[in-house]
Structures are given as structure tokens and as C-alpha cells.
Ligand binder design. Structure first.
Ligand code: NOJ
Length: 568
């Protein structure tokens, strides 16, 4: 039997662990499932839906923060790292959920937020109480400059809200004037000093130069590992290393008003990703995994940084940690770009690393909102059929779209993340089966289309998005060619087509995807070799089980992606 792309060297090989091919399902706890009338999701609610998560082929579940929090930033403002917010339940509920997940073969990954805490965290309360208390140096405090001025020009990531306010007409500025970024410093009268906050002012940055801070965060990791947690998604990692000289940042001429976050008016040499500290701190966090050699602890960094910088942190400890691969989520939807990104990604992953694919999360518009329903299916086929972990943001499997949340019901301070955080649409019953609260008591509104757009309806429809994800989950687990860990980019002779091969010593398969939304085509894939194959899966369900001949050319409908295994 000829091999698909026989002459091509596989570009990628990952280590042998359960994480290697895991589907990791992201649960945004506040929106997943309420087990009562509270209008917000709960941990027992998640436990009750583990069957659904399992049906997507998930090997792990990542929970966004569920810790006690004043909710100034959707729980990423933590007031106690080692407890469960009462709105979600208790530590016992968490234990029950973890055990139930384990029984279904689902690992649990939690969020670790090392850069900042809530301003209501006892650490910060103590730190701000005086200049000489035991935690005085746990956060980043600076004296005002002469005349009471800010310590420097560092800006907050949450400056995005300024732009939104200007666009809404709530912030008036003369035409042509740049939208001013929000300072990353907040004055505290008690200490007569400023504290640094890279994000909201209620999220003071911890001082990672302080050894006790580093120890405290490592203790948080130990706490959760000892409670059965298998991994961490580490929040905002580029921010934890700052230059202790606190020099002003330079202006960035690449800034485009109206398009970029106003904080991009400044370059960021000193206020984030400061190499001497950054790598050292991350290594220290990773060392906690070594304390549990029998646990296969896995770490994922959230690092929105240029690929070269991401590479550096991916090289720290490839066998334990890698960064989210956000490249394709942020790229324009065209075959050449996605082919190049895949080839480049698997080509540059360090030896022994586990790669990953991401189609969305709680900070970005949902997949089907960005691409439309048909292209979203193509993106799903690609993500599930390349090696490494695949992250699925809750609701993506239903092809759900962002909800237009009216201003009076908005929660997100940045003003653009509510639409992707609305409750899961389980069925056609009131509140889409999410909660028994009155509809106006839900923390965010339900998509008004829920009576027809929901998972229960989709479960009965073989052509639905849910059924595609379930089939993908099944194939990913069971098809020998996908159980391996190699990837080799193929070359199609049509610029709308992306193609690659998956091989193990004994099995092989190829994926060919048409990115055009309006053009049927017949494509040849010269470096695939002479392969006659059977279509094991298509975004277009009526194509399953058809034969296809790579020599004659593969015929694809608009927005069609197929997975082919050679039959001769
Ligand atoms: C990234 C999180 O995903 C986002 O939701 C949050 O606002 C920031 N980090 C700050 O923690």
C-alpha cells in the first residue's frame, strides 16, 4: 500500500502520555449549568453534565476560576486561592466532581492566576495597611514621582474599555485625538503610594521578586494537586516578570487608533515579559510538577506574545508545559494562512512537547460568530484531526454564536466579552435548561433562538454540529492513524485547499479541506502519492463512506473538509 506523502518527513512527534491526544473541554463555570434557581452555574451542575463532556471525546476538563471572588473580572480577581466561591458550591462539591470526572476518564485542569489577586484578598488587605507590615512587599508599590505624579507611564491591559467607552459616546474627545490608555497605577491614600495593576484596578499585581510570594503561589498549586487536580492553565504569564527599574515605556508608532487597544500606544519592554525574571519565575512554577513524579501534571501557559517569545517558554520544560497555540484562532480564514500556520507550528514545537489547537475561549468571539456555521465545521475537523491537545470552549460543539447582550445586562468591564460568555443552550425548556431562575435573574441572558438552537435538538439531528463533534471525538480516539503523533503538511494544487497527512507505523490518513464558501472544486495533492481512499468523515454527512481517488483529484463542496483513509 502506498503511503500518503511517503517522501515527507513527519514534522512532529509528541511524548507518550494521556495528555498527548486529549480533547480538553473548557467549562466557564458561571454559564455552564445551574443545579437550582440561582441564575448562575454551579459545580454540582458541572457534575451533572459530565456525560455530555465525555460524549465529545474529552480526556480532560479545564475549569475557569471558581474561587471566592468579588467578580470584577469574571473570577480572575481571586480573593482566596484555596476555596470554592459559595455561588459555585463547596470544596466537597469540587471533590465529588473531580472523582466523577476521573471515573469517566476525564482529568481536571484548573486556572492558576499568579500575576495578580483581587484587591479584597487578605494578602492585599494586609499589604496596603502600612508600609512595614509583613506583606508590605507582596505587591508592587512605588512612591509618586515629584508633584504626586504617577510612578511611570505603564498602561493597563484593560485600557480597551476606554476605546469601547469612546465608541459608545460615553467618553468624549476631540476628533483626531488618541484615546488615552488607563494607567496601570492606582493611588492608595493609606500608604501614600501607588500600586501596579496590569489589568483592572481591583487586580493588584503580585511582586514576584519576593520569594514569599513565589512560595505562596507554589503552595496553591500543591493544594490543588493534592485535591486531585491534574493540571493548570496559567493565566497571563507574560506579565509576571517586570523590570525592577520601572523605566517609562517608549511610544509604539505601529499603534492604530480605533483598531488597537489604547495600551498598544506603548511598547512593552519593561512592564511585561521581562526576560531575566520571566523565565526564572516560570521555571520555578514548573518545578512543582516535579514534586509529583507519579501524577503526570500538565501545564498550559496563556501567553499572547509573538511566536518567537512563545517559543522560548515552550522550550523551558517541553515534557511538562506548553503555551496555548492561539495563532489560527486569530488568523484570517484562508487555506494558505492556516496551512502555513500548521506547518510552522508542528515544525517549530520543541522535541517532546505536546502541541495544541484552540478555536475559542471566554475572551474571544465564539468560533461560529467569527467564521459562520459552515466554516466553523471545517475548523472543528482540522482541530480534532491534528496531533496534540484540542481545546473546545463550552458551546463550540453546538455551533453557538455570541449573544447580543443589552447594555443594562452587561457584566464584562472590557465591554466585549459578555457575548461569548452567555449560558449554555441545553434544550428547548425555559432558560434553555440552564437554570430554574426567572429569565431576568440569569447573570447573562440566554440566546433568544434557544428553542431551536440547542443541544437536545442537535442530538437528534445527524447533520448537526454536536453530532459532528461527537463523531470527531470518536474517530480521534479510535482511528489508529490519529492515535499517533505525527503531522506532515501536504501540498494541494488549489489555493483554497489545505491538506495534511497523519501516520503511524501501521496506519495513515489524510485531511483535505476546502476553505472556499462558494466554490466546489476538484483538487490534486501531488505529494500525497497515489492513494485511493475512503472518506471516513466529512463536514457534509452525505459524503461519509464515499470513495475518493487522490490521483484523479479529490472533489470537495464549498466549506467541505474530509478525513480519508487509504483503502488500497
Ligand atoms: C486572561 C483571562 O483569560 C481573562 O479573562 C482575564 O481578564 C485576564 N487574563 C486577567 O486575569
Amino acid at each position: 500500500m502506498p503511503l500518503i506523502g511517503e517522501q515527507l518527513e513527519p514534522q512532529y512527534a509528541a511524548p507518550d502520555t494521556d495528555w498527548r491526544n486529549a480533547v480538553v473541554y473548557q467549562v466557564y463555570p458561571r454559564s455552564f449549568q445551574d443545579d437550582g434557581e440561582q441564575g448562575e452555574g454551579t459545580i454540582p451542575g458541572i457534575t451533572s453534565r459530565l456525560g455530555h463532556i465525555q460524549s465529545l471525546g474529552a480526556g480532560a476538563l479545564w475549569l475557569s476560576p471558581f474561587y471566592p471572588s468579588p467578580m470584577r473580572d469574571g473570577g480572575y480577581d481571586i480573593a482566596n486561592h484555596t476555596d470554592v466561591d459559595p455561588r459555585y458550591g463547596t470544596l466537597d462539591d469540587f471533590k465529588e466532581m473531580t472523582q466523577a470526572a476521573r471515573e469517566r476518564g476525564i482529568k481536571v485542569m484548573v486556572d492558576l492566576v499568579p500575576n495578580h489577586t483581587s484587591d479584597k484578598h487578605p494578602w492585599f488587605q494586609e499589604s496596603r495597611s502600612s508600609r512595614d507590615n509583613p506583606k508590605a512587599d507582596w505587591y508592587i508599590w512605588q512612591d509618586p514621582r515629584l508633584g504626586g505624579r504617577l510612578p511611570n507611564n505603564w498602561a493597563s491591559v484593560f485600557s480597551q474599555s476606554q476605546l469601547k467607552a469612546r465608541q459608545r459616546g460615553d467618553l468624549w474627545l476631540p476628533d483626531g485625538e488618541l484615546t488615552p490608555p488607563l494607567s496601570a497605577w492606582e493611588y492608595d491614600p493609606q500608604r501614600d503610594q501607588y500600586y501596579l495593576h496590569s489589568f483592572a484596578k481591583e487586580q493588584p499585581d503580585l511582586n514576584w521578586q519576593n520569594e514569599d510570594v513565589r512560595k505562596a503561589i507554589k503552595d496553591v498549586m500543591r493544594f490543588w494537586i493534592e485535591r486531585g487536580v491534574d493540571g493548570f492553565r496559567i493565566d497571563a504569564v507574560p506579565y509576571i516578570g517586570k523590570d525592577p527599574l520601572f523605566a517609562d515605556e517608549e511610544l509604539d508608532p505601529a499603534y492604530i487608533e480605533g483598531e488597537h487597544n489604547p495600551y498598544d500606544q506603548l511598547k512593552r519592554f519593561y512592564s511585561m515579559g521581562y526576560p531575566p525574571t520571566f523565565y526564572y519565575y516560570l521555571r520555578e512554577l514548573l518545578s512543582v510538577a516535579d514534586e509529583y513524579p507519579d501524577r503526570d501534571i500538565r501545564i498550559i501557559f496563556e501567553a499572547y506574545m509573538p511566536p518567537d517569545d512563545v517559543d522560548k517558554i515552550d522550550r523551558l520544560r517541553p515534557e511538562v508545559a506548553s503555551s496555548f497555540n492561539f495563532g489560527r484562532m486569530q488568523a484570517p480564514w484562508d487555506a494558505a494562512t492556516h496551512q502555513a500556520l500548521l506547518n510552522d507550528y508542528y515544525g517549530r514545537l520543541p522535541k517532546g512537547a505536546i502541541g495544541n489547537q484552540v478555536n475559542g475561549n471566554h475572551d474571544n468571539p465564539r468560533l461560529a460568530t467569527r467564521l459562520g456555521a459552515a466554516a466553523a465545521r471545517v475548523a472543528a475537523v482540522i482541530n480534532y484531526t491534528v496531533p496534540g491537545m484540542v481545546f473546545v470552549y463550552n458551546g463550540e460543539e453546538g455551533g453557538f454564536v455570541d449573544v447580543d447582550v443589552p447594555p443594562e445586562r452587561c457584566d464584562d468591564r472590557l465591554g466585549f466579552r459578555d457575548g461569548c460568555r452567555t449560558p449554555t443552550l441545553w434544550d428547548g425548556s425555559p432558560n434553555a435548561g440552564f437554570s430554574r431562575a426567572a429569565p431576568d435573574e440569569l447573570w447573562l441572558p440566554i440566546d433568544p433562538a434557544y428553542r431551536t438552537r440547542n443541544l437536545a435538538v442537535q442530538a437528534r439531528d445527524p447533520a448537526s454540529s454536536l453530532r459532528l463533534y461527537q463523531r470527531l471525538g470518536d474517530i480521534r480516539r479510535n482511528l489508529p492513524a490519529l492515535r499517533g503523533n505525527t503531522y506532515a503538511g501536504l501540498q494541494a494544487d488549489d489555493s483554497d485547499v489545505l491538506a495534511y497527512a497523519r501516520r503511524t507505523e501501521r496506519a495513515q490518513a489524510a485531511v483535505v479541506a476546502n476553505f472556499s464558501g462558494d466554490r466546489s472544486l476538484t483538487v490534486r495533492v501531488p505529494n500525497a502519492g497515489q492513494v485511493i481512499g475512503r472518506v471516513l468523515l466529512s463536514t457534509h454527512p452525505d459524503r461519509h463512506d464515499a470513495d475518493t481517488d487522490f490521483e484523479q483529484g479529490v472533489t470537495l463542496a464549498p466549506n467541505e473538509a474530509i478525513l480519508v483513509a487509504p483503502s488500497a
